[in-house]
Design a protein around this ligand. Structure first.
Ligand code: AMP
Length: 285
């Protein structure tokens, strides 16, 4: 039986964060500039380095059983490949936008428009499902300049902050889909090897889960533990370990990374000391 293949982006926005995710999950591999594929040293897995927008096709064809790419690209491919895990990076939105001077506030106002996009299928489906007739102008890149060049009246383009739209005099009208990097697979190609795929899902999901949390350790007077437990309830409840010094304990807990900022002063105010905040490599709840 051949080694399972995971297709990953070889350039662009998703390349670096994907390589980091795989390494954080414990996979050891070397990627040279021109390598098309490498075998992972410590796990029976082959990585195929291809363009992010070719990955849905690679998975659909069974060239790779699994792949990491943008949700928007999977939707555009349109094969309904199952998403096994959301990976928490590459966040963006596919938005419909018009020049600031245009009079369009909703999808219906786009009737008769030429709409430039690098997501022609998703865009066509979106307007068709609302009964709005538009002419799709498929472009590979630089979608946002199409209205300026009078190639289109509107665009459907990926944005994260929206600043590129703004710089080009465009204003968003609505969001067609939200996207992030995902792990997708081809169930037919995977066949009876779902246990191997599940290992990949578990390892990657554990990294993603760990990134959203922090491990907190602190020393505190034993009599404030109940109050602290209300602030930092942890996964089940905080671990409390007695210190050699009577009346003192060490409290360990897992907190949402986003809550650390607010929680630290509260713990300090309760008498918490020697507070450590640590990153979590992987977390399986
Ligand atoms: P690439 O064109 O190879 O840089 O990769 C583009 C993919 O990165 C898209 O299909 C999205 O899934 C993702 N992405 C995340 N943020 C953005 C953004 N602001 N603009 C375009 N693509 C983005």
């Amino acid at each position: 039986m051949r080694t399972l293949r995971l297709a990953v982006p070889n350039k662009g926005r998703l390349e670096q964060p994907t390589a980091t995710l795989l390494r954080d999950a414990g996979l050891v591999f070397e990627k040279t500039e021109r390598a098309l594929s490498v075998l992972v040293h410590n796990v029976d897995l082959e990585l195929l380095f291809v363009r992010a927008d070719d990955i849905p096709e690679m998975i659909a064809d069974g060239v790779a059983e699994m792949g990491i790419t943008g949700q928007d690209l999977l939707a555009e491919h349109g094969n309904g490949l199952p998403v096994l895990a959301e990976l928490g990076y590459g966040h963006c939105r596919l938005v419909a936008a018009v020049p600031r001077t245009a009079d369009a506030e909703k999808a219906e106002d786009f009737a008769g428009f030429r709409v430039a996009t690098s997501h022609p299928r998703v865009t066509a489906d979106f307007f068709a499902s609302r009964g709005v007739e538009v002419t799709i102008v498929p472009l590979k890149g630089s979608v946002e300049v199409a209205p300026k060049l009078d190639v289109a009246d509107a665009v459907v383009d990926l944005v994260s902050t929206g600043s590129t739209l703004m710089v080009n005099g465009l204003q968003p009208v609505g969001t067609i889909l939200e996207s992030q990097a995902v792990l997708a697979a081809n169930p037919t190609a995977v066949g009876d090897r779902s246990a191997e795929v599940e290992q990949v899902v578990t390892a990657l999901s554990a990294v993603v889960a760990g990134r959203g949390k922090r491990y907190l350790l602190l020393n505190a007077p034993a009599d404030v533990v109940d109050k602290m437990a209300e602030i930092i309830p942890g996964m089940e409840s905080p671990t409390v370990v007695p210190l050699a010094e009577a009346g003192w304990v060490a409290v360990h807990s897992v907190v949402e990374a986003d809550d650390v900022w607010n929680v630290l002063p509260e713990l300090k105010a309760l008498g918490g000391r020697d507070i450590l905040v640590l990153r979590i490599q992987q977390l399986i709840a």
